[in-house]
Write a protein that binds this ligand. Structure first.
Ligand code: F0G
Length: 393
């Protein structure tokens, strides 16, 4: 078996899979993909796995694109949608990439998989590795992974390693040691992961009846997902399944915003943030591995990246939960926070078709949810006590 590669040996840039569009058109027209239910594997003809490869799946994708009428009224918008990827099998968008990544890893004959993670990648990888009967080693930043995600990785049977450092340091160890230790890396530096994740963009176009949104707000951490969405939108346009693409608005947390700083300061190179920090621990990343791809994607789309504060993230998380019944983890509310900030700055076309991507479920991070909410009131076990309490409130 040849050694796995994640980057080009001459220029150092991460590898990317190119789809032969005319061959893909042909494959799609011969398939009955239009009739298949919405899911990652609906688009099998667009995914780089062999025809006969056994697929490791738990029904990824097919997540709702929710028309947010209450939020639209509140914010004065005509048409606001939330693509809620928190409804994936392990509660985040990572499953889209992992079903393809693990399927491919098996096809390549890998036996041990690994990742560094702020939480969701480790939860997803450990689940799919278990499903495929593979060994799994995940590295997480000590004390900075939300409780639900930690519980998932532990329950699914991964070897969970807490690194005394941040995500960037953990990823550095993974990248430098994987070859020596015989482990296949399934971070978003792996191009097959990106292929799975791009299906979210296809789905949005299908859910909008063959139209692209005007603008897409998306949280950015390591930069894999925003690059994947752009790849998906671009391919759908090349396939002539849509006639346009959205402007991409990448949103980072103020304390972990090296890509947003590139846009603000017109930099050509990334300046890593040494000590990234944010309540949205999923995107607590200072040196995004995919910065080149994501910077290029956002630029090509005609968009930009910008920041939101932790307070703005938590306010958006609350608003989504209270007005729409959508419980997202903090990083999964960053896109909405970015949109709200743009509205306040007068930078939003209120008549446009707007999609915010919500990437992970709120139950992933119960501590942050409980910390910012009203505590339950305790009463004696009587009807009178309940009556009195309701009178007083
Ligand atoms: N939202 C959530 C809920 C995430 O878990 C992540 C990344 C992102 C957004 C950002 O996506 O990194 O592709 O730009 N989580 C990774 C992890 C880093 O390890 O779970 P990105």
């Amino acid at each position: 078996m040849s050694k796995p590669a994640y980057a080009c040996s001459s220029c150092g840039s991460l590898l990317e899979i190119r789809v032969d569009i005319s061959a893909a058109k042909d494959r799609l027209s011969r398939s009955n993909y239009v009739k298949r239910p919405l899911s990652v594997w609906k688009y099998r003809e667009m995914l780089p796995v062999s025809k006969d490869a056994p697929i490791y799946t738990r029904s990824e994708g097919g997540t709702p694109l929710i028309k947010c009428r209450n939020l639209s009224d509140e914010l004065g918008l005509r048409s606001l949608w939330i693509k809620f990827d928190g409804t994936n099998p392990t509660g985040s968008f990572k499953d889209r990439g992992m079903t393809v990544g693990i399927t491919k890893a098996k096809e390549l004959g890998m036996t041990t998989v690994t990742c560094a993670s702020t939480g969701n990648t480790s939860a997803s990888l450990s689940a799919y590795a278990g499903l495929a009967g593979m060994k799994c080693v995940v590295l997480i930043p000590e004390g900075k992974v939300a409780l639900g995600k930690l519980a998932q990785a532990m329950m699914h049977g991964a070897t969970v390693v807490a690194v005394k450092g941040n995500f960037d340091q953990a990823l550095d160890i993974v990248m430098k040691s994987s070859e020596k230790l015989g482990m296949y890396v399934l971070n978003s530096v792996n191009p097959f992961r990106i292929e799975g994740q791009k299906t979210a963009a296809y789905e949005i176009c299908d859910q909008l009846g063959g139209l692209s949104p005007f603008v897409l707000y998306i949280p950015v951490g390591n930069g894999g997902n925003s690059a994947a969405y752009w790849k998906g939108f671009s391919e759908y346009e090349d396939l002539e399944l849509v006639s346009d693409h959205p402007i991409m608005r990448g949103i980072q947390a103020e304390g972990a915003a090296p890509i947003a700083r590139m846009f603000e300061k017109h930099l050509k190179e990334l300046v890593p943030v040494k000590k990234p920090d944010t309540v949205a621990t999923a995107i607590r990343i200072g040196n995004p591995a995919n910065w080149k791809k994501t910077y290029k994607a956002i630029k090509e789309s005609g968009g930009c990246a910008s920041t939101v504060s932790d307070k703005e993230i938590l306010d958006a998380q609350n608003l989504m939960a209270k007005k729409e019944g959508i419980f997202a983890e903090p990083a999964g509310a960053a896109a909405l926070a970015g949109l709200i900030k743009d509205i306040e700055d007068g930078e939003v076309d209120r008549n446009a078709e707007i999609v915010c991507v919500s990437t992970g479920h709120g139950l992933k991070d119960p501590d942050t949810a409980v910390r910012q909410s009203l505590k339950p009131r305790t009463i004696e076990a009587s009807i009178e006590a309940l009556e009195k309490l309701l009178e007083d409130t």
